[in-house]
Design a protein around this ligand. Structure first.
Ligand code: RDZ
Length: 340
């Protein structure tokens, strides 16, 4: 099969091609002139493979050389713009391919705990422990428990928002994984516990997004001593690093995960649900809107009066957390259908 160059040269030398004949610029740079003219449709119809050949030839020319050919816009020819469209992706494409090649190579080299036989296989159990510390289930269960146990409105608000943030993280990471569909590294052993089907994809690292988002969340909303703040920061980085060491991810999955988790926290702040909004949300889930909490300190008449007045208002007691016989927290909700 003749090479594209051979085909082009045969066209040129033949001089019989309607699109290419008479297009020399006098410097022997025949092809520049010919490529800056719109080839008649008949040429491409007749010579389908020549179209590919011409495209290859155009792509092989440097932008500088083609700029030198004197064409500036596509208004009269239609070709230069098309050329730009082809050149830019090829440049970006080459840069991306190189980056990905480095990423794959480096990630494979860093996957030193990918299995027990790997060079650092002995610390694989420790890496898996770090993996669990950034897994969605412990975080969701832990946050739900803290939300249930929180005895102040502020505490409930924080835990509620953290819970919602974790759900948001799972959704966003799932969406990106499905869209990108990047396979996990070949050296990964898929022995992770509790995964979704999208977790067969590796971009981005869900652990990295979660650890970054949660670290930012904790640092912003918990009053922690300086050593603990450093620990939270280190933990977040370690979770990301462990993904590569375990061979679960390539470097770029984790780096993008860090970035995404960082941005996700900004989103959580923007969508922050206040205590009042949270009560409404929980009320909606329970089938009622209004929730009132009455704290009764001791069995004094004032506490009893508050409880009586709630009952008279038609509120329904939902739970009672006792501190003594009658003292403690009484929580009321509106009976379904009674709220106007
Ligand atoms: C089952 C639940 C609630 C969460 C799954 C968490 C998980 C396994 C994410 C995958 O993380 P990587 O993308 O870092 O491997």
């Amino acid at each position: 099969m003749p090479s594209p160059k051979a085909k082009n040269s045969s066209n040129r030398s033949g001089g019989g091609s309607p699109g290419l004949s008479g297009s020399t610029n006098g410097n022997g740079r025949y092809e520049f002139m010919s490529l800056n003219r719109t080839p008649p449709a008949t040429l491409f119809q007749r010579q389908g493979s020549d179209q590919t050949a011409a495209a290859r030839l155009r792509a092989s020319e440097s932008p500088t050389r083609r700029r030198g050919s004197g064409s500036s816009t596509s208004s009269n020819t239609g070709m230069p713009e098309e050329d730009c469209m082809r050149l830019n992706p090829s440049f970006i494409g080459i840069a991306l391919s190189s980056l990905l090649a480095i990423d794959l190579w480096l990630s494979k080299r860093l996957g030193v705990c990918a299995c027990e036989d790997s060079s650092w296989g002995s610390i694989r159990p420790l890496m898996k422990l770090i993996e669990i510390s950034g897994h969605g289930i412990p975080w969701l269960v832990g946050t739900a428990y803290c939300l249930y146990k929180a005895d102040s409105a502020a505490g409930q608000e924080i835990m509620f928002n953290l819970f919602m943030a974790l759900i948001l993280d799972l959704i966003l990471v799932g969406i990106v994984k499905v869209v990108v569909r990047r396979r996990r590294p070949s050296h990964n052993h898929m022995d992770m516990f509790a995964t979704f089907s999208v977790d067969r994809y590796s971009f981005p690292s869900g652990h990295a997004t979660r650890s970054t988002m949660c670290a930012r969340f904790l640092l912003a909303h918990l009053v922690l001593a300086a050593p603990l703040r450093v620990l939270v920061f280190l933990w977040s980085g370690l979770v990301g690093l462990s993904r590569v060491l375990l061979g679960r991810h390539n470097m770029t999955d984790v780096l993008f995960g860090f970035l995404m988790g960082y941005c996700q926290y900004n989103l959580v702040e923007m969508l922050w649900v206040s205590s009042l909004g949270m009560q409404g949300f929980l009320g909606l889930i329970q089938g009622s809107i209004m929730v009132r909490t009455v704290a009764v300190i001791g069995a004094g008449p004032s506490g009893l009066t508050s409880i009586k007045s709630c009952l008279e208002e038609g509120l329904e007691p939902t739970c009672f957390e006792s501190s003594d016989d009658i003292g403690g927290l009484w929580k009321f909700k509106a009976r379904p259908g009674t709220r106007d």
